[in-house]
Design a protein around this ligand. Structure first.
Ligand code: ASP
Ligand code: MG
Length: 409
């Protein structure tokens, strides 16, 4: 007998028919003798709809009240699924986050889980019931409802699986697993049977939207076996493993990309201690996250150039701030470009194979794609290129590294 946590996303519970289908699946697992805990999202579109209602009344809704509102979406689906299960003779009980003490900090709209009291869930499981828990929500120490940020049900599921020491946490979604890249950009993208946790973390942070990044971090911290699979088709999905060997023995496992990038450059800043801090300090103070950072070797002895990237939504604000800083530093010029994207190769196999970067750069050069920035870590290489080259760049690299072929080496 195994203890399985299953999380179903918004499209999987978007209609009563689909909720019925989820009930069928849950019941099959239980009839097999497993204990099942289900974590649900709101019906697809519901969270957006609720945000829309809030904004009609307050342009920047009060975070505490927004959480009271947004948490209702998941309360609807858990009750409906429990009814669907009961109708099939499968005893089930639904719980909100507060009811099973999903204790979070008080950062409304982006709260972090601190603790879960698993005793109540265990008691139900031991009594033969399926437990259905609302994802995305918790409660803080003052008893106020909190939510975990968009896509947060993934994190709820992983946290609950960790607390229960579940045998597996299954994330059911509208795709049948993790792909080598987004199939909408490269139709020859291939589903991976396995991916290492480290690779998944890079893929999630570099723009692949399959899993909320915090859920992957959580899975890593507590070593929760995680599987991504389709709620509409049968299949094994993709298993996220903790072995540090690349199972398919490929150099590269996937290509992630992000369209939401912008870069800013300040030319001719003094080459002296404290300048990087003077440039990025005010950006950080404005709560703008900086991704890549490049500082040139000073061309003349006294001045250097400094470039960094931010999320495109923060571009205008970052540019304003940088212009002020440039004035204070008597810098020569400020440049900005918000028509750029980031493409990243990810693979633990990179560690043991030399020459991946040069192969990547050669492939892009052959297509006439100019690389504007480069950054690397042990298991990824990212390049910034002009927006118009996104599709071509991704397809070129997918082909060059043989990602459409399972036996690629
Ligand atoms: N319903 C929430 C959202 O749309 C949480 C989730 O689905 O994971 O972001
Ligand atoms: Mg989701």
């Amino acid at each position: 007998m195994a203890l399985i946590v299953q999380k179903y996303g918004g499209t999987s519970v978007g209609t009563t028919d689909r909720i019925q289908a989820v009930a069928d699946r849950v019941k099959r697992w239980r009839d097999q003798g497993d204990q099942v805990v289900v974590v649900l999202s709101a019906m697809s579109g519901e969270t957006d709809r609720l945000i829309g209602l809030a904004k009609q009344l307050q342009p920047c809704p009060e975070p505490r009240e927004l959480d009271v509102l947004l948490s209702t979406g998941e309360q609807v689906t858990i009750a409906l699924l429990s009814m669907a299960l009961a109708a099939q003779g499968c005893p089930a009980r639904s719980y909100t986050g507060a009811q099973v003490h999903i204790l979070t900090d008080s950062a409304h709209n982006k709260a972090r889980i601190r603790d879960i009291d698993a005793a109540r869930v265990r008691a139900d499981l031991d009594a033969g019931r399926v437990v259905v828990i609302a994802g995305f929500q918790g409660i803080d120490e003052h008893g106020d409802i909190t939510t975990l940020g968009r896509g947060g049900s993934d994190t709820s599921a992983v946290a609950i699986a960790a607390a229960l020491k579940a045998d597996e946490c299954q994330i059911y979604t509208d795709v049948d697993g993790v792909y080598t890249t987004d199939p909408r950009v490269e139709p020859r993208a291939r589903k991976l049977d396995r991916i290492t946790f480290e690779e998944m973390l890079e893929m999630a942070s570099l723009g692949s939207k399959v899993l909320q990044i915090r859920s992957v971090e959580f899975a890593g911290k507590y070593q929760v076996p995680l599987r991504v699979l389709s709620s509409f088709e049968e299949g094994e999905g993709t298993l996220i493993t903790f072995e540090d060997t690349n199972v398919e023995d490929a150099k590269i496992s996937g290509i992630a990309f992000s369209r939401d990038e912008a870069k800013l450059t300040v030319l001719g800043v003094p080459d002296q201690p404290g300048v990087a801090y003077q440039i990025l300090g005010p950006i950080a103070d404005a709560n703008i996250e900086v991704d890549m950072i490049i500082q040139n070797i000073a061309a003349q002895e006294t001045a250097t150039d400094f470039t960094f990237t931010v999320h495109r939504n923060d571009y205008a604000r970052a540019l304003e701030i940088l212009k002020d800083t440039a004035r204070d530093l008597s810098a020569r010029q400020v440049l900005g470009d918000d028509k750029i994207v980031k493409i990243s190769l990810v693979g633990v196999g990179m560690r043991s194979h030399a020459g991946i970067a040069s192969q990547m750069f050669a492939s892009l050069a052959k297509e006439g794609i100019n690389i504007r920035m480069i950054s690397t870590s042990e298991i990824k290489i990212s390049v910034v290129v002009d927006e118009k080259y996104l599709e071509l760049g991704v397809r070129t690299l997918h082909e060059a590294f043989g990602l459409d072929r399972p036996e690629a080496a």
